[in-house]
Design a protein around this ligand. Structure first.
Ligand code: FES
Length: 191
């Protein structure tokens, strides 16, 4: 290489653009304008991502723990709640086998369904679907049907058979005496 060529090579090395993995100093006069406008701070980006992920995990864990605590406290409160008062629902001869009858229990705004499954078998459930509280109605083949999202419950035990509901319908306990049917309590189960 002659002297002229050496000079050209030295000038080219001095004006070479730095690699992205080695971020250029924004004040470096050799840094191209686009690197200054959109700097790639790889290490800083990784640090922020880890910090955000940790923050997300902590918040998620706190929310989960708070939810579990709330469920536990609610279960204790429900267990200690006084049993609802007994209420006359209907006379036995007012409902034929296969028929249903609506009533409210334990409060006036709590709709329920009484079903007579056989001569001696009566069951009653809250009419509020355990998915989003639409009113269930009698369906085919001893089922209760929720028209909102096609939920289906088994009439004999209130358990969900199809659709989005995952929990059984709250069951109204009954007592038969003196030719009449009385509601005596509400049983809520999660399975
Ligand atoms: S409210 Fe009953 S299935 Fe959605």
């Amino acid at each position: 290489m002659n002297e002229e060529q050496n000079k050209v090579v030295q000038e080219a090395q001095q004006s070479a653009v730095p690699l992205l993995s080695q971020p250029a100093d924004a004040t470096d006069s050799r840094t191209p304008p686009w690197v200054q406008d959109f700097p790639v701070e790889t290490e800083q980006d990784n640090y922020v991502a880890r910090r955000d992920f940790t923050k997300f995990m902590v918040l998620t864990s706190c929310a989960f723990a708070a939810g579990q605590a709330w469920i536990g406290l609610k279960s204790i409160a429900d267990a200690r709640a006084p049993r609802p008062a007994e209420k006359l629902v209907a006379r036995i001869d007012e409902i034929a086998v296969g028929q249903t009858l609506t009533f409210n229990y334990p409060a006036e705004h709590d709709p329920c369904l009484l079903l007579r499954l056989s001569e001696t078998e009566f069951v009653a459930y809250s009419q509020k679907c355990t998915h989003l509280s639409c009113a269930v109605v009698p369906g085919e083949n001893r089922t209760l049907h929720c028209p909102c999202h096609e939920g289906v419950f088994d009439c004999t035990n209130g358990r969900p058979l199809a659709g989005p509901p995952r929990r059984p319908l709250p069951r109204i306990t009954l007592q038969l005496r003196d030719g009449s049917i009385y509601a005596t309590g509400v049983e809520v189960s999660t399975v």
